[in-house]
Design a protein around this ligand. Structure first.
Ligand code: KG4
Ligand code: ZN
Length: 348
């Protein structure tokens, strides 16, 4: 089965053709990151306009790269939630139009399911059930228990900021560019994580909190620079040397990884039958997080999976994978005349 998949939930316009859920026939991603690096973050209206310009050429290229025509495609899949309203609208309206014109079934896919299913792409070993997925993206931080394909139980969530958002905010304090995750990782290579001790949030159970950690970095930087706590965050980077920035970046990255993995370990104690740990979402590209996850859980006899780097951030190949496993589980197509976007629906 060949699925033409479309993704436009945030600031990447993407299309891919995926065969039988794992084989990547094409994968096209046009990122708006250069536009938003200038502003230091995503501007939803600008993102929607950029999607509008890019989406048809991106879909054409996905078909061309796969050397396929419309007739070879079995169905269309598209991200319909969660995401930025205007961005989701462009992807879903395009997919609805194509499904109607081409007379193909249309599948509406949850973005976080897609991030999890990025781990099924390619010809490597795939995760075994039951599993725990740590979903870490710009908008979400969740631990999800999966007994089988397409069964999702959220067992832990952030109570405030998402971890990716925290990377982006801390990067701003340190004067590093948007998106903050890759910038912090790069800077941290020259840093010494032991130069700064950051606190772990005290949240009971499997939930997370990252807003306090962001403030802890802010206070630590103000203290390091000998400035009062009233000093605005945007003034701080100018007082830091490149080495100090690198040390804070390294300390932050280590602390975040430890916080995430501690909660995952607690979740494992509650679900001892789990066979695989799956990292998913943009932050799963973080090498310190994935290395620590491997070290921590391999010794417990578990298999640890994280997506190939090209599939960690937003892309449409993962949408094709998620749609395929939904179809296998008997999920019905969506009426293309009725599909609505749903900016904040939880995974289910
Ligand atoms: O999954 P994603 O591409 O988009 C959303 O669905 O939100 O995640 C984007 C987030 C951003 O906050 C970005 O800073 C973060 O993923 N990110 C990283 C890394 N690469 C991207 N965070 C930490 N380390 C990275 N290497
Ligand atoms: Zn995403």
């Amino acid at each position: 089965m060949k699925i033409l998949a479309i993704e436009s939930s945030c600031d990447e316009t993407a299309a891919a053709v995926i065969e039988n859920g794992t084989i990547i026939l094409s994968n096209v991603v046009v990122s708006q990151v250069d536009i938003f690096a200038v502003y230091g973050g995503v501007i939803p209206e600008v993102a929607a306009r950029s999607h509008l310009e890019a989406i048809l050429p991106v879909i054409h290229k996905a078909l061309d790269d796969a050397r396929l025509t419309v007739d070879d495609v079995d169905c269309v899949a598209v991200t319909h939630t969660p995401g930025l309203l205007g961005s989701l609208l462009i992807g879903t309206l395009t997919a609805r139009m194509l499904a109607i014109l081409w007379k193909k079934p249309l599948y509406a896919v949850h973005h976080l399911k897609s991030h999890i299913y990025a781990n099924w792409l390619g010809d490597g070993e795939v995760p075994q059930f039951p599993l725990l997925a740590l979903v870490v993206s710009g908008g979400h931080t969740q631990i999800i228990y999966m007994r089988d394909h397409n069964q999702f139980e959220i067992i832990g969530s952030t109570r405030d900021d998402a971890v990716g958002e925290c990377f982006d905010k801390v990067a701003k304090i340190l004067g590093l560019p948007y998106p903050g995750g890759p910038a912090i990782s790069k800077k941290a290579l020259q840093g010494d994580a032991k130069k700064c001790k950051l606190p772990h949030p005290k949240i009971d159970g499997l939930d997370f909190s990252f807003s306090g950690l962001k403030t802890a970095v802010l206070r630590a930087v103000q203290q390091e620079c000998g400035l009062p706590i009233t000093t605005p965050s945007y003034e701080l980077a100018g007082h830091l040397s490149e080495q100090q920035k690198a040390d804070f970046a390294a300390a932050f990255q280590e602390t975040v990884s430890d916080i995430l993995l501690e909660k995952l370990e607690m979740a494992l104690a509650e679900y001892p039958e789990v066979r695989s740990i799956v990292l998913a979402g943009g932050v799963s590209a973080n090498q310190v997080l994935s290395r620590k996850a491997l070290e921590r859980f391999r010794s417990e006899g578990l298999k640890v999976y994280f997506p190939d780097l090209q599939f960690a951030g937003d892309n449409a190949a993962m949408v094709g994978a998620a749609a395929y496993f939904e179809i296998l589980k008997g999920v019905e197509p969506t009426d293309p005349y009725k599909l609505n976007i749903a900016p904040r629906t939880p995974i289910q």
